[in-house]
Design a protein around this ligand. Structure first.
Ligand code: GDP
Ligand code: IMO
Ligand code: MG
Length: 430
């Protein structure tokens, strides 16, 4: 058996949570391999809405085991809130269905302070991070100062914590800011730190494992495993528009380092893309629409960040960027989400190439801040997709739109999502 991978092909928020939830009955285990609570994965079912930040999106399926791999960074306070939310809303016993790699790293309260201070110091050049401490926590991991989940059971945990905390406070001091003026999730630093420590109580109850051994044993036992990506390919630390990226490898290659499996164990790669594009935070976005069409996409698609509530920047589908993402990930199956958001557009534009200086290019160049998108119009379908349950009933313009994406990318579209609910999904291969 191999590990299938599901990941975002744009700038995040493609609908990964929904699709993982839809696919989870076909898998024994769902594993997060990178990122942290910067992620916000939404699942809607039975009239309820769940937003997951750290816990894999298989958690709503009682028969699916969920694993947080070594490549993930965890804020125990945020995790505790998620555990409580799932218990209160749906009676889910997360402790029974979640395993954590001992090698995953912790996000400390001071990582969040540093994120806030570093972002503020950048002024207009700020990345627009989610302020969850992602950059500083991954920095410590790479710099070999980090604290791992397994450390919470050791005698010197407190000493390690204090050493790192003090190191952070020294750095923060150099920014000449008074930390009393910074709040973290509405708490001042000291109150947040206390909450963080209290959350370790529940964190210690979660089962920690050597996930690299566990996953490989499960593969040998023919268990079906899906790796759930967070963020999107164009936010990858290596291949996104640096520095306007996150701090992990969001692409399929990250599955190997983030779970401890060899490349030969990677199976299908499901790539998720919206029928248009969105982005939260700063950085280049060639097809962004700063006009009323962009506002309409935002309104129709409820495009506000699941983690931060910020309005998402909206624009047309960008094929050169999509082809780049497909190439980097070796995508074998495409899933197109949020088609319903385009229901009332007479004409839908699609960027098929860029003008880049004096050249026309059909790929995403290094410096894509300076490209001008070239569009091709597509007729809209101008009808609701609510009643459609089978591909044979697709409006012709939607079938053409999907075929155009397949032709332009060379990858078959397996599923089309027509609304946020678990049931609003059409399998094209059924
Ligand atoms: P993720 O981070 O990739 O899991 O995506 P988010 O949950 O951050 O954002 C996707 C948003 O779109 C959520 O509010 C979903 O409920 C919603 N959504 C997912 N698929 C569809 C769809 O096909 N149509 C509509 N209208 N909304 C969708
Ligand atoms: P999901 O998994 C959309 C963006 C932030 C910012 C940049 C860096 O829900 O798709 P960070 O906090 O990681 O240092 O922020 O990345 N970003 C996301 N945008 N969806 C996400 O996750 C994101 N996670 C981070 O807005 O621009
Ligand atoms: Mg999201």
């Amino acid at each position: 058996m191999k590990v299938d991978v599901l990941l975002g092909l744009q700038w995040g928020d493609e609908g990964k949570g929904k699709i993982v939830d839809v696919l989870s009955p076909h898998y024994d285990m769902i594993c997060r391999f990178q990122g942290g609570p910067n992620a916000g994965h939404t699942i809607e079912c039975k009239g309820q809405k769940f937003i997951l930040h750290t816990i894999p999106s298989g958690i709503l399926n009682p028969n699916t085991l969920n694993i947080i791999g070594n490549g993930v960074i965890i804020d125990p306070f945020i995790l505790q809130k998620e555990i409580n939310m799932l218990a209160e809303k749906a009676g889910i016993d997360v402790v029974a269905n979640l395993l954590i790699s001992r090698r995953s790293h912790l996000i400390l309260p001071t990582h969040r302070l540093m994120d806030a201070v570093q972002e503020a110091s950048k002024g207009a050049g700020k990345i627009g991070s989610t302020l969850k401490g992602i950059g500083p926590a991954y920095t410590d991991r790479t710099a070999r100062h980090g604290i791992r989940s397994g450390d919470v059971f050791t005698d010197n945990f407190k000493a390690k914590y204090e050493e790192l905390r003090n190191r952070h406070l020294q750095i923060i001091n150099t920014y000449n800011v008074d930390i009393k003026n910074i709040t973290i999730d509405g708490f001042d630093f000291e109150a947040y730190e206390q909450q963080w420590f209290s959350s370790l109580e529940i964190f210690r109850k979660l089962k920690q494992i050597d996930a690299e051994f566990f996953i490989q044993e499960q593969l040998k036992a023919n268990k079906r495993i899906l790796a759930e990506g967070a963020q999107g390919t164009l936010l990858d630390v290596d291949f996104g528009a640096y520095p306007f990226v996150t701090s992990s490898n969001t692409i399929a290659a990250g599955v190997c380092t983030g779970l401890g499996i060899p490349p030969s164990s990677v199976g299908e790669v499901y790539g998720i893309a919206k029928a248009y594009c969105t982005r939260v935070g700063n950085g280049p976005f060639p097809t962004e629409l700063l006009d009323e069409t962009g506002d309409k996409l935002r309104k129709n698609g409820h495009e506000f960040g699941s983690t931060t509530g910020r309005p998402r920047r909206c624009g047309w589908l960008d094929l050169p960027a999509l082809r780049y993402a497909i190439m980097l990930n070796g995508v074998t199956r495409l899933i197109i989400t949020k088609t319903d958001v385009l229901n009332d557009f007479e004409t839908i534009q699609v960027c098929h190439a860029y003008e880049w200086g004096s050249e026309i290019v059909n790929y995403l160049p290094y410096d894509y801040n300076n490209v001008k998108p070239l569009y091709r119009p597509h007729p809209g379908w101008n009808c609701s997709l609510d009643e459609i349950r089978h591909v044979d009933n697709f409006p012709v313009a939607l079938s053409d739109y999907i075929r155009m994406i397949e032709n332009e990318t060379g990858v078959p579209v397996d599923m089309v999502s027509t609304g946020p609910d678990r049931n609003q999904i059409i399998n094209l291969r059924a």
